[in-house]
Structures are given as C-alpha cells and as structure tokens.
Design a protein around this ligand. Sequence first.
Ligand code: AMP
Length: 215
Amino acid sequence: MKTVIFLGPPASGKGTQAARFSKMHGFLHFDMGKALREEAAGSSPLAEEIRSYTNAGRLVPNEAVRRLIQLMFAVNKERDIILDGFPRSMEQVGLLERLMAEAGRDLTAAVLVSLPESEIARRILNRRVCPVCGRVYNLVTMPPDSDEKCDDDGSPLEHRADDTEDVLNERLAVYKEQTQPIIGHYDSAGLLARVDGTAGVDDIGKQIEEVVFKA
Ligand code: AMP
C-alpha cells in the first residue's frame, strides 16, 4: 500500500494534481482542508472553533486533525492514499509517523509542487469552487466552460471564504514558518521529489507518476 504526501504553497495546484492522480490510479484522495471545511460546516462548538482557524488562515489545532487522520486510516486499510495538505508542521510530521506506524504503513514519497510567490496571489484570487461537487476552477488558468458555473453540475461557483488577500497573507506566513521546515526533513530522509508547479497540468501529472511508481 502506498502513502504519498502532496506538499506545496497555497494554490500550487497540489489539490488539482491529487484529484487527477487519485482518479487515474484509484488512490484515496484525502484533502485535509476540505475535510476540515466539512467539519466546520455545522453549528457545534467544534465546528465554530475550526472555522475560527480556517477563516483566519491559521492551522487548526492538532487534536481535530489527528482524529480525522486516524479515522481515515482506519476505514481505508487496504487502499493507496494521497495525503493532500497534511502534514503542515514538524509536529504534524511526528503525529503522522505515529499514526502510520499504528496503521502499519510506510511513507512512499513526499511530492513538493513548487510555485513562485508572485503566481500564488494571482491563482488564489481567481480560484472558484463548486459548492456541490467540490471541483476547483481558476478563472484564468482553468476556467469553466460557461460563466462561473460548474461544468459537471451547473451550480454557480463560489469563492472560498479564506481566498481573500488578507487571509492569503496569513496563509503564506504560516506556510513559510510552519510548513517549509518539513521540506528539509523529507529531503534528508531521501523521500522528497520536487515538481515545477508552473508546468501544464498533464506535464506535472506525468512527473508525479514517475515519482510514485518508481518509489
Ligand atoms: P487548504 O484547503 O489546504 O488551503 O486548507 C484550508 C485551511 O484549512 C488552512 O488555511 C488551515 O486553516 C486548515 N488546514 C488545512 N490543512 C491543515 C492541517 N494539516 N493542519 C491544520 N489546519 C489545516
């Protein structure tokens, strides 16, 4: 069973690549940001607490994250898995190591999709999401066929609550301070593969296939 981490700054395209890869190769795509947004959709105190972090662009406390990962490993024992958006800090690297050992899994690779900062803001501010099926579009680089409607189900596309300039700055700061250090960790463990996020979707996809299937 393979377990692959997809890493990268906000809007690097790692989510698009994870969705593409999992569809083509039958991996489970576990998107931590999406799982947290689903948890945050209700009106429980936990949902409100999660929202206070996601809407501010800060990392949700590890306890909420740990439960989601543990449950996901427990119900997908026999599946290959892509972890998209987890881990995002050195503490979460340790947490993942413990949970993977419990689940009897070894890490196959950590794929870093890199993108220059100038490109990040342009992509984020143009990102739109289908509220019904979750498909992600970009009005500049991956627009829907008809004006701001989902190609799959026709729903009007939405702007994510945290895809604003203010929250983006906080998310970038969190990425630099907390997530970037984990790149060095996987690099020294010989598990890191870098792909260029400015290349075309299919090109990047091919680079990732090479990494995952040769590992
Ligand atoms: P994303 O959809 O990956 O851009 O994530 C959206 C938001 O969810 C982030 O800004 C964080 O508030 C939260 N989040 C996503 N992944 C994690 C994680 N691994 N740990 C804590 N919070 C996270």
